[in-house]
Write a protein that binds this ligand. Structure first.
Ligand code: PMP
Length: 366
């Protein structure tokens, strides 16, 4: 068919509206393969179900209640979290996973011409938010042991963020060193992203009373087995929390849906179950350190629910493919300093045995 009478096709660059589109390179979340028989150790989820209290709260939810908007302040959840940490509700902010909370915090607090700082090897969402919001940033290289060096954060900047334990390394920065960073950064907001703190680290929440510019961010996705519910929170001085709320209410008032408010509240109240599952994961992790070391892997010491492992002989990319072919999913990142490693989430003992079994076989034959 002749196209002679049609207007010439516009190229992407020539369509005027395209020039006004905000171009971003997005964060790439870990794969969520579907199916029952696979072993999923790639996105740091908890292998155990949420607390029985959470299941009860969800079963008891009257679907008729969904007719109404949820409480925009998510007061029941704020109150439960404030009680748990012995803080005031005015010191708690909740959001749709800690990604939502961190994104909101970047937008609220990093509004300076000076570059904000974070480690070079860290949560790969930080540079994405910085680019999206037009925040200048610089990275501070981890030291040879893949640890954060507090002295790198002792210079003029527009704010600081780092995970503790760091991801994907699992390294925990002792609280004294976290405080050293705070002592040298009194004029900017310092965010400590504690997504993995419950697996053996010591939280910076105890420093909140002394540092009004400290924001501690945590999540229900890991230690509370609720990644699918999407609940994260920030703890800080009332001045910081108010500023975040003003930004939130300028964007989307109803971030927390009713089921998450109720399920989140129930999870916080079931401390016994929380301690039991976290304890099991720590035990499995400590055993994994021994088993993987015996197989020729090295790794920074982890206080998270994952290990960042490297083999002395076999390349990470090769192992990743071999594991995947056996339906064992782990995470492999490309890029300098990380491409030699695999990040392996701690699963149940049975899942980990399947991993060791495959590795023994594969490496023995290699
Ligand atoms: N911070 C770090 C360091 C993480 O690894 C993750 C998990 N991807 C998050 C925050 C976000 O987790 P969530 O949004 O599920 O709370």
């Amino acid at each position: 068919m002749s196209r002679r009478n049609e207007a010439p096709e516009e190229t992407a660059a020539s369509r005027p509206w395209e020039r006004n589109i905000r171009r971003v390179t997005p964060y790439v979340p870990g794969e969520q393969p579907q199916g029952g028989r696979l072993i999923k150790l790639n996105t740091n989820e908890n292998p155990y179900p949420p607390s029985p209290g959470v299941c009860k709260a969800l079963r008891g939810l009257d679907p008729g209640a969904l007719r109404r908007y949820p409480d925009p302040a998510a007061s029941a959840l704020l109150k439960a979290l404030a009680g748990y940490y012995a803080l005031e509700p005015e010191q708690v902010f909740v959001g749709v996973g800690s990604d939502d909370v961190l994104g909101m915090a970047f937008l609220t607090f990093f509004n300076s011409d000076r570059p904000m700082l974070f480690p070079d090897v860290t949560y790969s969402f930080y540079p994405v938010w910085a680019e999206l919001f037009g925040i200048p940033y610089e990275t501070c290289p981890l030291n040879a042991d893949l640890a954060v060096d507090p002295r790198d954060y002792d210079r003029a900047n527009g704010g600081v963020v780092f995970p503790n334990p760091n991801a994907p390394t699992g390294c925990f920065l002792p609280l004294g060193q976290v405080e050293e960073i705070l002592r040298h950064n009194r004029d900017v907001v310092v965010i400590v992203d504690e997504a993995y703190i419950d697996f053996g680290g010591e939280s910076a929440v105890s420093l909140l009373g002394r540092y009004e510019n400290l924001l501690v961010v945590q999540t229900f996705s890991k230690s509370r087995s609720m990644a699918g519910m999407r609940i994260g929170y920030a703890l800080g001085s009332p001045a910081l929390i108010r500023a975040m709320q003003d930004v939130k209410y300028s964007y989307n008032s109803y971030t927390m849906n009713l089921p998450s408010i109720l399920a989140g509240e129930a999870a916080v109240k079931d401390e016994e179950y929380f301690k039991e599952t976290v304890g099991k994961i720590i035990e499995t992790r400590e055993n994994a350190k021994k088993r993987l070391a015996a197989l020729g892997f090295t790794f920074p010491d982890s206080k998270a629910n994952f290990l960042f492992i490297r083999h002395s002989r076999v390349r990470a990319a090769e192992l990743y493919d071999a594991l995947r072919a056996r339906q064992i999913y782990v995470r492999h990142f490309s890029g300098p300093r990380v491409e030699d490693y695999l990040r392996v989430t701690i699963g149940t003992d049975e899942e980990m045995e399947a991993l060791y079994g495959f590795l023994e076989e594969y490496l023995g034959a290699g």
